[in-house]
Design a protein around this ligand. Structure first.
Ligand code: G3I
Length: 352
């Protein structure tokens, strides 16, 4: 009862605040969880060091999310450091923690042009030996996590923004049809795991979006297994809403599952060191998060695989090291892993 009154009070305050175009609702930390009001799974990418070493982070991991993606620890460079050695230790920390919480585990990623171990870069052989080596990687990892990992990003970021196939070691050594081979090998290793193609930029690069839609049509025609499309959704406060809607809706029109797999909303895209995270920036960010969630909610329920944020709090966002700035605040949780006001705005908006 007391809980509902607090919520009602916050709701009234926030309506008034939104009328004036400013956010004044303080983060209460007392409302129910976002995951409880969503009809799809809400997830985050995580790293094992924070999971085991930071109580506030762990608390959010345990309570806020129903789906978990390893930010880095299932990538080839980490999990397969030598040709004949796999290193499961760090990925297993994440998997064990998620299993304890009965969270869904999304595997990221089997094949990516980045994060390739040196042994593979230096590998010599004909196309047949390359196929053996890549097939072994995919099948060893998928089989190891069979029954634990529910879904895999089989191939990540294979297309350029102009829709052409990106040059990569895999394209060079396995040929232009390497995606079909990788998906087929993954399916052979686990007939029940869900297989995703994952990429960024579908919301601003229509040619890339079209190339991915064409890939799905081609796979279906040839009976190549694919279950879902991942839209990373690394966006910012100025990202076009028409572009976001088009990417989500057209991906859904394939009939496959849709995963907003790496969501964050950057507030300082031009990396201004004098940037101030003020009410205006927060309002724009809040509106963008709400737009993404509400657009996703409009696709058929059965295709809503989930929305995963890339990292949890502003402290651990990949954008800070990547852009070499501390002046970026793209997450729903702040530097102390407390809910921000935008979390509460989102919580209310997705119930309407
Ligand atoms: O752990 C080392 C540290 O010991 C060292 O001092 C430091 C110096 O550079 O590097 C640290 O490793 C970094 C690692 O992140 C952990 O922070 C790597 O250099 C850095 O390359 C790595 O970046 C990751 C990136 O993928 C490349 O693998 C990011 O954390 C991760 O968030 C990012 O995730 C990608 C998705 O997989 C695919 N979509 C885009 C997304 C963002 O780039």
């Amino acid at each position: 009862m007391k809980h509902s009154l607090v919520f009602l009070f916050l709701f009234v305050c926030s309506c008034k605040a939104q009328d004036k175009g400013t956010i004044i609702v303080p983060p209460s930390q007392t409302i129910s969880y976002l995951k409880d009001v969503l009809k799809f799974k809400f997830g985050a990418s995580v790293n094992p060091t924070l999971l085991t070493g930071n109580i506030a982070y762990r608390n959010l991991f345990d309570n806020e999310f129903q789906s978990v993606t390893a930010e880095n620890m299932m990538k080839m460079g980490q999990i397969h450091p030598e040709k004949d050695r796999f290193d499961w230790i760090k990925a297993d920390i994440i998997v064990d923690a998620a299993q304890k919480n009965k969270q869904r585990i999304h595997g990221h990623t089997l094949i990516w042009h980045s994060n390739i171990p040196t042994w593979l870069v230096n590998f010599q052989g004909d196309q047949k030996s390359w196929e053996t080596v890549i097939k072994t990687h995919i099948q060893t990892v998928v089989q190891y996590y069979k029954g634990k990992v529910d879904s895999w990003d089989v191939v990540n970021e294979a297309f350029n923004d102009n829709g052409t196939l990106r040059s990569s070691l895999f394209k060079e050594k396995l040929g232009d049809d390497y995606l079909a081979k990788c998906f087929t090998w993954a399916r052979e290793a686990d007939p029940n795991v869900l297989l995703f193609y994952n990429d960024y930029g579908q919301e601003y690069a229509p040619a890339k979006l079209q190339a991915i839609l064409n890939l799905v049509v081609d796979f279906k025609k040839r009976n190549i297994p694919i279950d879902g499309i991942g839209l990373q959704m690394h966006i910012n406060i100025n990202s076009s809403e028409t572009g976001i809607a088009s990417a989500i809706q057209k991906s859904a029109e394939t009939g496959l599952l849709v995963h907003l797999s790496e969501l964050d909303v950057a507030v300082n895209p031009s990396v201004n060191e004098n940037f101030v995270y003020d009410d205006q920036a927060k309002l724009k960010q809040s509106n963008k998060f709400i737009y993404v969630f509400n657009t996703f909610r409009k696709i058929p329920t059965g295709q809503q695989f989930g929305i995963t944020t890339w990292n949890i709090g502003d402290t651990d966002t990949w954008l800070r090291p990547f852009k070499k700035t501390q002046k970026e605040f793209p997450m729903l949780f702040d530097e102390n892993y407390k809910r921000k006001a935008i979390y509460e705005g989102l919580y209310k908006a997705v119930q309407l």
